[in-house]
Ligand binder design. Structure first.
Ligand SMILES: Nc1ncnc2c1ncn2[C@@H]1O[C@H](COP(=O)(O)OP(=O)(O)OP(=O)(O)O)[C@@H](O)[C@H]1O
Ligand SMILES: O=P(O)(O)OC[C@@]1(O)O[C@H](CO)[C@@H](O)[C@@H]1O
Length: 305
């Protein structure tokens, strides 16, 4: 089973407006309020692709109720911890021709809630996949991903980590099956600019030496690179299309990769599913559907570098 953990789920309030004038009353032309948070997006896209998963994490207050309700409506399995106090966050996404995001800090996580999550995770077994994705609420220690992974290390669980900077770097010793930095995050971890494929691949290989098994580097409209566990390196350009809402494109890519891996056991195939799912989400108002992913996947030609 695939389990996704989102420590700080959200509702994403996506507002479309002609332009944003600071210091003025701005009125939206269109708006939507949908479940957000990286792990939850992964679960939603997995569900769209016909792959079962269980979405875990902390939810609180009326926003938490709405997150759970929307997920139930899509048929997504959840196993949340309900916070005794606090309200899950609403993240504001402003689409004005460019995308501006304001993400909330989210509620404090009580120690008892963290313990409850850890007990739930103790049930994972060999062959299970654990996706850890998204920011860590400020009330939790920065090294919470490491703590979770260390606790499960001997159980044969495959980890997938979508995190940034030091948070990601510190998880590599637990040999994650997949990490998915975007090219900006990769340069941030490197601590220097990585301007071309050659430099990005060289650094991704260093991350493999530190423990990462598959490194998927997403590059938004420029597609993606995959340094696979077997040593092969692949590149895919992004499919052409009109970007409607790129929020969740990276999460969709992780879901696509996992779905492709689950049905083929082949990194190259999984890579195609990942890129197709990322772009399908970028090209639609919501998250990628199966038919959108399949349509884009057909046109992809992987280059082996
Ligand atoms: N402008 C675009 N055109 C085509 N495909 C895109 C575009 N933006 C994103 N994608 C697809 O989605 C994948 C992931 O995008 P990106 O590199 O922006 O991830 P990310 O930074 O993790 O995204 P986010 O944080 O918004 O979820 C890309 O590799 C590509 O396949
Ligand atoms: O604040 P975090 O946890 O880093 O990111 C949260 C978030 O921006 O990530 C998703 C897109 O990847 C959105 O659905 C959500 O609002």
């Amino acid at each position: 089973m695939i389990y996704t953990v989102t420590f700080n789920p959200s509702l994403d309030y996506v507002l479309q407006l002609e332009e944003l004038q600071m210091g003025r009353v701005n009125r939206a032309e269109k708006e939507q309020l949908t479940v957000g948070g990286k792990g939850l997006n992964v679960s939603l896209v997995l569900g769209n692709l016909g792959v079962d998963s269980v979405a875990m994490g902390f939810v609180g207050g009326f926003v938490g109720d709405e997150i759970a309700r929307q997920l139930q409506n899509t048929g997504c399995r959840t196993d949340f911890i309900r916070l005794a106090r606090g309200v899950s966050r609403i993240n504001v996404k402003l689409h004005t021709g460019q995308e501006t995001e304001i993400n909330g800090a989210g509620p404090d996580i009580e120690p008892v809630a963290l313990q409850a999550l850890q007990h739930k995770l103790d049930r994972l077994q060999t062959g299970d996949v654990l996706v850890l994705a998204g920011s860590i609420p400020r009330s939790l220690p920065d090294d919470i991903y490491q703590t979770v992974m260390a606790r499960l290390q001997q159980r044969g669980v495959d980890f997938v980590v979508d995190a940034t900077g030091r948070l990601l770097g510190e998880t590599l010793r637990y040999r994650p099956f997949l990490i998915k930095p975007n090219h900006h995050e990769l340069a941030e971890i490197a601590g220097r600019p990585l301007d071309d494929d050659r430099q990005r691949i060289a650094f991704a290989r260093q991350l493999q030496k530190q423990g990462a098994r598959n490194v998927l580097v997403s590059m938004a409209g420029d597609g993606a690179l995959l340094c696979a566990e077997d040593g092969a390196v692949y590149k895919l350009p992004a499919p052409q299309g009109k970007v409607v809402n790129s929020v969740g494109a990276g999460d969709s890519m992780v879901a696509g990769f996992l779905a492709g891996w689950q049905c083929s056991g082949d990194c190259r195939q999984a890579f195609c599913w990942g890129v197709a799912a990322g772009s399908a989400s970028a090209f639609s108002p919501g998250l990628a559907t199966r038919s959108q992913v399949e349509a884009l996947r057909e046109g992809l030609r992987v280059e082996r570098l």
